[in-house]
Design a protein around this ligand. Sequence first.
Ligand code: PHE
Ligand code: ZN
Length: 849
Amino acid sequence: MKDSSPQTVYLSDYTPFGFVVERVELTFRLAPESTRVTSRIRFAPNPETTDRTFFLHGEELRLVSARIDGAEVTPDVTERGLTCAVPDAAFTWEAEVEIAPAKNTALEGLYMSNGMYCTQCEAEGFRKITYYPDRPDVMASFDVRIESDLPVMLSNGNPGAAGDGFAEWHDPWPKPAYLFALVAGELEARSDTFTTRSGTPVDLNLWVRPGDLPKTEWGLEALKKSMRWDEEVYGREYDLDVFNIVAVDDFNMGAMENKGLNIFNSSAVLASPDTSTDANFERIEAIIAHEYFHNWTGNRITCRDWFQLCLKEGLTVFRDSQFTADMRSAPVKRIGDVIDLRARQFPEDQGPLSHPVRPDSFQEINNFYTATVYEKGAEVIGMLKRLVGDDDYAKALDLYFERHDGQACTIEDWLTVFEDATGRDLSQFKRWYTQSGTPRLSVEERYEGSDYTLTFRQHTPTTPGQDEKAPQVLPIAVGLLSPNGDEVVPTTLLEMTEAEQSFTFPNMASRPVPSLLRGFSAPVVLEREASAEQRAFLLAHDTDPFCRWEAGRGLARAALMASVTEGAAPDVAYLDGLRQVVADPALDPAFRALMLQMPTQSELAQALAEAGTTPDPDAIFAAQEALMRAMAERWQDLLPDLAEQARVTQPYAPDAAQSGKRALGAAVLSLQTRLDGGTAARAQFDSADNMTLRLSALGCLVRADAADDALAAFEAAWSHDRLVMDKWFGIQIMLAPPAKAADRAAELTGHPAFEMTNPNRFRAVMGALASNHAGFHRADGAGYDLLAHWLGKLDAKNPQTAARMATAFQTWRRYDADRRARMQTALRTLRDRPGLSGDMSEMVGRLLG
Ligand code: PHE
Ligand code: ZN
């Protein structure tokens, strides 16, 4: 195994590499079992340091020969790389290595997917291709030659000479090795051109396996929209003659921003109305944008070291959220992002895996591609923008691109740009990058004379390795409503910097109702004892869509918690208040669909644990079902009308308007299924002419435990389509009745189409199990044992994906003693597996604490 003795790397240990790389030439002679890679690299002493240790990373390589300035040398080779005596002045290093892409199941470095060659080098995969200083602060221009008899051979940059059996590529932009990419195979492209703002034409190609061409239109359109948007909003133009995107079936993540040659998980780029849902279309548009935006935020300006990962990821997620908000509905996007943050980042930040947005140590960087680095990293940028304002944000970004183009940077560089552009002192704000944990914010109101005062207190619970927490800068957006529902104070930004701080609004004629944390202006937990009346009032009157939604969510959460802890019947006052909003035809159907979405079971488990009640997954499930049933019964008269409002009469389009209607329709169908046991769902399933309607109907049937026929029909119709079959595998586990989920997952691992080495398929089964809260937490521990068993098996083949999925256990300490013990045992059994990877051993070690 690669990391038999995992080492911890510290941010504080950073030192520059002793050499600069002036030029890289690579030649690949492709063969599945024995690819030859020759490298010719020009090194010169780095004037910024006197350390001349010549260490090149290299793993799982067979070194055939090495030369310095033409003379054969014999380096010292270990499992992790090589060292060699080198001249005092500039020199040329040449090496030839052999690798076996067909045997690479880790999907890092050069590997094969369905007969095509492809690479994944971020973060540290290039060292599995050849010996190199595989660190992001070493930037160089690359010339690549590929030799094979495959028709399509691609690499970064602009195309050079090509002929029978070879193709050459030249990338003029210096880049770190993690942005290197190579693809070769029998591929076909959908092509287009884009003319940049300054008039330069760019060839665009989206490469796929033959047969997938009909699924490429949406991705290419999304690419053009992204290119235009980055010019218009950030003033950033594309900088090569060609932009290639390739879809591959076996990929650990969503996609990768390699310079000029983005490589995508096919699930993150291929779409058609018949095979993809509205949510798929939106996600694809966002990921295409994300990877494209990396060309400036990530590639032209990159990270000095992997501790700075949020420099590119937080900013690029923030940019892709802005893009989606512009393409679709800004409030709907914001609410969706908050749901996602709470579902994925909050549990991480409040459990054993909590780490700062900029971590200060790690064993395996693969384990830090997290919701904290990405999504909290984006929230931090959103706060910065709120604090400095839109104009100063734009100024700071211009300065960032101007000052740091071509460099490998740090969070300090980033913050200094903002300080210089705005004159602000950001030293306290920097804690958002260095302090882990979710701040808790409580608030007290006082109304005296005509002064209305809000007193806030902030406090961040301790997290692993951080016992002391200092106050953070919290931008708190507040509006005030008068008792008749008028907004008397429009959105105002309060800047909280102390542990406790008061803000007074004078001259208030009557006691106002506060609308707090508008737009979710800071990623905190607002601990607020708002009364049901106040929440109902905000649900009816708030002008801020986020806070309005939040009021409804708060009411739902309170009702569900009361039903779990006190056996309370579903709260009819809440149902009637919600009905007013949901039935209002003036409101965006997408927003109304969000209002109908219940808090997740996992969110309720967290809320109960915080309130001092050990969460019982079965009771949570039952409470949620009871509330949905009560809603369905109480709204019986309304449902047909809502279904009618949700009906789309035009031909299918995955735009915001139609998607919103279908989302509302899906919520209504799920209520309807509680009444009719699945008749309406089955009718929709049979008549659907797009995947969104078909899959939402199938989900309702699975939930109602009435899906056997529909599942069989779906499988018969779609067994030829891998991405659609991932949906089939996933939905029947994700929405299965809790008692059946683990058994169904176990059974599906025996299905002929279950392939553990395909990450999408593995996630479709095991990820779906983990997301069925009560099913995963079945009292007898079947869910835990099954997941741990398969994570162990996968770890031997693909440590990165296996370790990432172990995060399903991160909330284990919340539950009762019996479940806790079962999860602990499952994790220990996994930890003790012989040959466990470094990725997994770090992960399980942190989970067990
Ligand atoms: N850098 C990629 C992205 O965010 C994610 C990724 C990381 C892909 C590591 C593969 C491996 O856009
Ligand atoms: Zn990214």
